[in-house]
Design a protein around this ligand. Structure first.
Ligand code: BGC
Length: 281
């Protein structure tokens, strides 16, 4: 069996526009996406995440926002949770009522008759980077990590997404000698902000997390995303792990773009090639 060439990772789209939603702890972002270029078309819409951010409250806000766009096509929704066989399974940085929520049934009620699919937010960002960004054309194993409130992860093998990895919850030994803790409790962007860490002080924690992951999985490249990658030039040179690191290209819009791409692929309007594992999400 031959290894796919970079060009075989994705085929040209047969539909040109998609709609993606990115649900975060404080805001819900919706944008129309040019699926050929992976660029947003026009302005994205941002609303406060309803509090409490229960599934029904979030789905209702999404319905309103989709209507504001006057959008009739498939909708992709990125959420910081494992979406396993159509059910949200965890809730570390979102309302705990998401745990066990049947997201197919949820959107059947709020957006009846519409094709709505949900996926993990970092998986959405991973699809974006592999199609239009820093992971494009990289053969072998690529791991995308997003640094925000938590640490999200996407595992991509020759352009194919292996969904629902949760490396942000890997227990690693704190380099400051405070024992073992979850990676996202030691090295997320939120921890950097909370503790007022300079890049100089934060980068060793990130290196520590990267080393823990690379020792287990030996990826060819890490793609590091989240808003903090805008300042990649300030902290990438400080990293001391083995695997090459690349900044994500799409930063804050990667969730929207990947969700739109996933929805179009799921609805059969777009050939995503090998991007999605057989058997679905
Ligand atoms: C969640 C992941 C999510 C990540 C980034 C983690 O706490 O468990 O599902 O991808 O945060 O939002």
């Amino acid at each position: 069996m031959s290894t796919p060439t970079p060009d075989e990772h994705h085929s040209p789209p047969v539909t040109s526009t998609g709609l993606g939603v990115d649900v975060g702890g404080t805001g819900i972002k919706v944008g129309k996406v040019d699926l050929g270029s992976g660029e947003l078309i026009g302005e994205r819409l941002i609303r406060d995440t309803p509090q409490p951010a229960t599934p029904d409250a979030v789905a209702e806000t999404i319905r309103q926002m989709v209507e504001e766009f006057g959008w009739e096509g498939p909708v992709g929704v990125a959420l910081p949770s494992v979406i396993h066989e159509g059910v949200a399974r965890i809730a570390h940085n979102i309302d705990s009522s998401w745990i066990g929520c049947d997201v197919v049934e949820l959107f059947d009620r709020h957006l009846p008759g519409r094709s709505v699919v949900m996926l993990n937010d970092a998986d959405a960002a991973g699809l974006t980077e592999v199609h239009y960004g820093a992971g494009e054309g990289v053969e072998g194993l690529v791991i995308l990590l997003t640094f925000g409130t938590g640490i999200g992860s996407a595992l991509l093998l020759n352009g194919r997404l292996i969904p629902n990895t949760e490396f942000g919850h890997l227990h690693v030994e704190d380099i400051a000698g405070r024992g073992f803790d979850e990676a996202e409790h030691l090295a997320s962007a939120a921890v950097r902000a909370r503790d007022g860490l300079s890049f100089q002080d934060w980068a060793p924690h990130v290196s520590n997390v990267l080393r823990s992951i690379e020792d287990l999985l030996w990826p060819r490249a890490f793609v590091l995303g989240g808003g903090v990658s805008e300042a990649a030039a300030d902290w990438f040179p400080l990293l001391e792990n083995r695997t090459p690191v690349r900044p994500a290209v799409r930063l804050n819009d990667a969730g929207i773009i990947g969700a739109a791409l996933f929805a179009a692929g799921h609805a059969g309007l777009l050939d995503l090639g090998d991007a999605l594992s057989p058997g679905g999400y």
